[in-house]
Design a protein. Structure first.
Lengths: 191, 180
C-alpha cells in the first residue's frame, strides 16, 4: 500500500528533521535512494519549485514528492505525514508550557531564549542577504570588489527600507504589498 | 466553531503570504497574529520560535500549532496547522500537475530574485522590532551577540544555542545580572 508507506516515510522525516524547512533535504535524498520514487535530479526541480512558491519549504517539498509518487491523495498523505509528529510534539509542549508559564525557572529560561531567537533570526537574515544581494561566486572568479554587489538589488532594498520605515503613508501597509510590488519590479527590470 | 474557522483562515493567509520559507513569515505573523487578531504578543512569538528551533519539523507549522492551541485548545492547534499547509497543498499540486517547468520560467526567476531582496528588508525590520522587546539589559545583549556572531561563522545546530541561552537565562536571573 503505497499511501501508507508514503505517510510513514514522511512521518519519519517530520520526526527527525530539527531546525526548519531545509533540514528535511537530507531525509529526502535518502528517501529517493531507499524507495526509488524519484531521482536526485527530480528532487532538484522540486526544491526550485518549493522555493519559488509561497508556503513553508518543508511542506511544499512533501506535497510535491507526494504528488509525484501518488497523485493528489499522495500529496495530501505525504503532507499530513510530515506534520503529524510535530503537531503531536508541540501540542504536548504547549500544554506543559501553559501550566508552567508562571514558574520562575521557566520565565528565567525564556529571558535567555528571547535574545537567542533574535540572534538566530538575524543570522539567518544575513544568509538571505548573501543570496539576494551579493554575487559571492562572481567576486571570487574576478576578484573585483565592484562585482561583489548586486547594485539593482541594493537599490531596491534601499527603496524598500525607506518605504517600510520612514514614509508615513506606506509604513503601515501590509508586508504582502511590498512582496508583490518587488515581484513586479523584478519582472520589469529583469532581476 | 467560528473561532476555529477564523484560525484556519488566518493561518491559510499566513501560508499564502510566506515566500521563501521559515523566517520570511515572521513579518506576516507579526501583522496577522499580533497586530490584527491579538492572539499572541511579540514576545510569545519569540518564545515559540525558540522552542521551534529544538523540536523537529517546519517552524511555520510549529508556530501555527502553538497559537492554535493557545486560542482554541487541541482542536485549535490542529485546525491552525491545517490552515498553514492548505495553500501549499493547492499551489504545489497545481504546479506539479500542470506547470512542470514553472521554476525555469525567466519571469518567475526574476520575480523571486526581487522577492528575496524584499524578504531581506522585511526580516531586517522584524529583527529591529524583536530586538527592542528581547534585548533590554547587558546580559541579554551578550547572549544576542554570542548567538549572532557564532552562528554566522560556525555551523552548529541551533539546539546548542537554545540550550546554552536557556541555562544562561536561569543563571543570570539567579546571579542578579538580569535587569542591569
Amino acid at each position: 500500500m503505497i499511501l501508507l508507506r508514503l505517510f510513514w516515510e514522511f512521518f519519519k522525516t517530520g520526526l527527525f528533521a530539527v531546525g526548519g524547512g531545509m533540514a528535511t533535504l537530507p531525509f529526502l535524498y535518502s528517501m529517493a535512494e531507499a524507495t526509488g520514487w524519484f531521482t536526485a535530479a527530480q528532487l532538484a526541480d522540486m526544491i526550485a519549485v518549493s522555493e519559488s512558491t509561497p508556503g513553508p519549504i518543508g511542506v511544499n517539498m512533501a506535497t510535491y514528492v507526494g504528488f509525484t509518487v501518488a497523485g493528489i491523495p499522495g500529496a495530501i498523505i505525504a503532507t499530513l505525514g510530515l506534520i503529524a509528529p510535530e503537531v503531536i510534539i508541540i501540542l504536548i509542549i504547549a500544554r506543559v508550557l501553559q501550566k508552567f508559564r508562571q514558574n520562575k525557572l521557566v520565565d528565567a529560561a525564556f529571558y535567555g531564549l528571547r535574545p537567542c531567537s533574535v540572534g538566530l533570526i538575524a543570522a539567518a537574515g544575513l544568509l538571505v542577504v548573501k543570496v539576494a544581494m551579493l554575487h559571492v561566486d562572481l567576486y571570487f572568479q574576478t576578484g573585483r570588489l565592484a562585482e561583489l554587489v548586486d547594485w539593482k538589488a541594493i537599490l531596491l532594498a534601499a527603496v524598500l527600507i525607506v518605504l517600510t520605515r520612514w514614509v508615513k503613508k506606506t509604513k503601515k501597509l501590509h508586508p504582502i504589498f511590498f512582496i508583490l510590488g518587488s515581484a513586479l519590479v523584478g519582472v520589469v527590470l529583469s532581476f | 466553531m467560528k473561532k476555529l474557522w477564523r484560525l484556519f483562515l488566518a493561518f491559510a493567509k499566513v501560508g499564502v503570504m510566506t515566500f521563501g520559507g521559515g523566517y520570511a513569515m515572521i513579518p506576516i505573523l507579526e501583522r496577522e497574529i499580533v497586530d490584527r487578531h491579538g492572539w499572541a504578543s511579540s514576545e510569545e512569538l519569540m518564545d515559540y520560535y525558540a522552542v521551534g528551533q529544538c523540536t523537529p519539523g517546519v517552524i511555520a507549522v510549529n508556530t501555527a500549532t502553538f497559537i492554535g492551541y493557545k486560542v482554541a485548545g487541541l482542536l485549535g492547534g490542529v485546525v491552525a496547522t491545517l490552515g498553514v499547509v492548505f495553500p501549499s497543498l493547492c499551489i504545489i499540486t497545481l504546479i506539479a500537475g500542470v506547470l512542470t517547468h514553472f521554476a525555469d520560467i525567466p519571469q518567475v526567476k526574476s520575480a523571486f530574485a526581487a522577492i528575496r531582496v524584499c524578504v531581506c528588508v522585511l526580516i531586517f525590520n522584524a529583527v529591529l522590532k524583536l530586538w527592542k522587546g528581547a534585548v533590554k539589559d547587558k546580559g541579554a545583549l551578550a547572549l544576542f551577540l554570542l548567538v549572532f556572531i557564532l552562528s554566522i561563522f560556525l555551523d552548529i545546530s541551533p539546539v546548542f544555542y537554545v540550550l546554552v541561552c536557556a541555562a544562561a537565562g536561569i543563571l543570570f536571573t539567579r546571579w542578579g545580572v538580569r535587569g542591569k
